[in-house]
Write a protein that binds this ligand. Structure first.
Ligand SMILES: [Zn+2]
Length: 136
């Protein structure tokens, strides 16, 4: 079992209706990644897709992947590609349920947004994950 220190929230920074297959193709073909960017991907409908089992290491935050589980919702930017918390109600609910379950499974893990790691120059996940999940 991996030691999990971080449950990390992300957004895909793509339109909300981006197909999961397109995101996976981008990782594979453009970035040449052998592993997915996230363990879980949450569609606007609230549907949760598991892209990797939790024992695998994903590419969510450079330098912080060995001990992290990555959760992302599809969206997070407006029509001008500016950061925007445009999670649907269904996504909020699904994220909350999933993060609650993960925190139960990894009680010692800290819940953070991608942007909360040092030297990260992104707005990802376009909301304050620490604040939102501070009571978990
Ligand atoms: Zn991210």
């Amino acid at each position: 079992m991996r030691k999990i220190d971080f449950i990390v929230l992300h957004c895909t920074a793509t339109p909300q209706d981006t197909r999961p297959e397109a995101i996976q193709r981008y990782w594979k073909e453009n970035l040449k990644w052998k592993s997915p960017g996230y363990h879980y991907l949450i569609q606007a409908s609230g549907h949760v897709i598991q892209l990797a089992t939790e024992d695998r290491i994903c590419n969510g935050v450079a330098g912080h992947n060995a001990n992290s589980i990555h959760v992302s919702y599809i969206g997070g930017v407006d029509a001008d590609n500016k950061p925007a918390d445009n999670r649907t109600e269904a996504q909020r609910k699904a994220i909350c349920e999933l993060v609650t379950e993960l925190k139960y499974q990894y009680p010692q893990a800290q819940i953070l947004g991608h942007r909360d790691f040092p030297f990260v120059k992104k707005a990802c996940p376009s909301f304050d994950a620490r604040k939102e999940f501070k009571d978990l």
